[in-house]
Design a protein around this ligand. Sequence first.
Ligand code: UD1
Length: 422
Amino acid sequence: MDSIVVEESGPLNGKIPIAGAKNACLTLMPATLLSDEPVTLTNAPRLSDIGTMSLLLQSLGVEVETLNEGLVLALSSHALKTTRADYDIVRKMRASNLVLGPLLARAGEAIVSLPGGCAIGARPMDLHISALRALGAEIELKDGYLHAMTPNKGRLVGGTHKLKFASVGATENFIMAACLAKGRSQLKNAAMEPEIVDLVKCLKSMGANISGEGTKTITINGVEKLQGATHSVVMDRIELGTYMLAPVIAGGEVELVGGQMELLEAFCNKLMEAGVEISETANGLTVKRKLDKINAVDVTTAVYPGFPTDLQAQMMALMCTASGVSTLEETIFENRFMHAPELIRMGAQIDVQGGIARVKGVQKLKGAQVMATDLRASVSLILAGLAAQGKTRVSRVYHLDRGYEKLVEKLENVGAKIERVR
Ligand code: UD1
């Protein structure tokens, strides 16, 4: 199994291109199930999660063609062969649950295994189920599979629903299902993430009638049919935030090509509070630290536009060598501090109590053998390794392949000492 070896590096200088968003692409791909015409996605990220979603869609009968070295995905759902999403594929990735809404709306039925994904919490499906029930779906759990049916296997029926919690996936499933429902649907307390706005942009170009995306109330007027379209995937704000931290941790100045600050405001504000200079350029943004030392800042994760849970681990890596004590509170997932024990192996001083981690900055981290436990946790160890004395060896890097394309190459290009080894 591959590992990544990182050595103390810096100053880092140069450019890092930001890819299309994994999380947007993972909802755009199942959205193509809603039409029997081809949909082309450009600016797709080249990631193993995208490969997993392709396999899942292919198992349903979708033709998936990868063009331009993986940057373009051409999907055609003209002939579905089954409405059953099998455990063997679904268990690999929680985002597989995003076939539930579109499959149900298109075929009148969906049988979807309960998903797997990162081991960062219980991540149940109750919010998806109640949202789809509001559109007339009948859903029951049998043998580990959700069996969902439309009324008389016809169209779903427009309905209003208020989410108990602004779940990203439940919002996406509701929107996709309601696009083809009879009449008007409304989702209240909807999630507002940029990936949802991107999904709606694509659905609108397919002919959907949706308003309110990016706010807490989304209204959908169902249409009978959606057509084909071409859509460019929005940039990956989590990849952006991750690479913004590289020059902050290791020193230097890096330009993030394609980076947009407005999709990452809460995170950028925290970095500026910590003593980081962020400037917008013609092609993206540049990042460098103002002084040699970074100030400790407190962070609480929240739904968008709050501080993203998907950047909490990376922020913790930065706080490990900051001046002072910082508190990181995780409110989205109940088990998302698995990087803490690994960072402690590198000399960090972290005390985790429930959903709160208290990090006391140390002068220097030390390289160690550490284990990647989930996608974002793994990259936090790579970031920490950039500032740690000696070598850090991160094992189980398949987690990184799920969400960071060409990670070693991108960091190497700005001067990081990093290599992938067998
Ligand atoms: C998406 C992102 C993930 C990100 C998360 C929160 C994708 C592919 N993944 O995941 O990277 O970390 O948003 O920003 O877009 N929950 C329930 N019941 C449900 C659904 C969710 O209790 O039916 C809980 C989950 O256990 C979790 C919280 O709600 O504690 C947030 O989940 P949700 O917003 O649904 O995240 P995902 O869509 O799975």
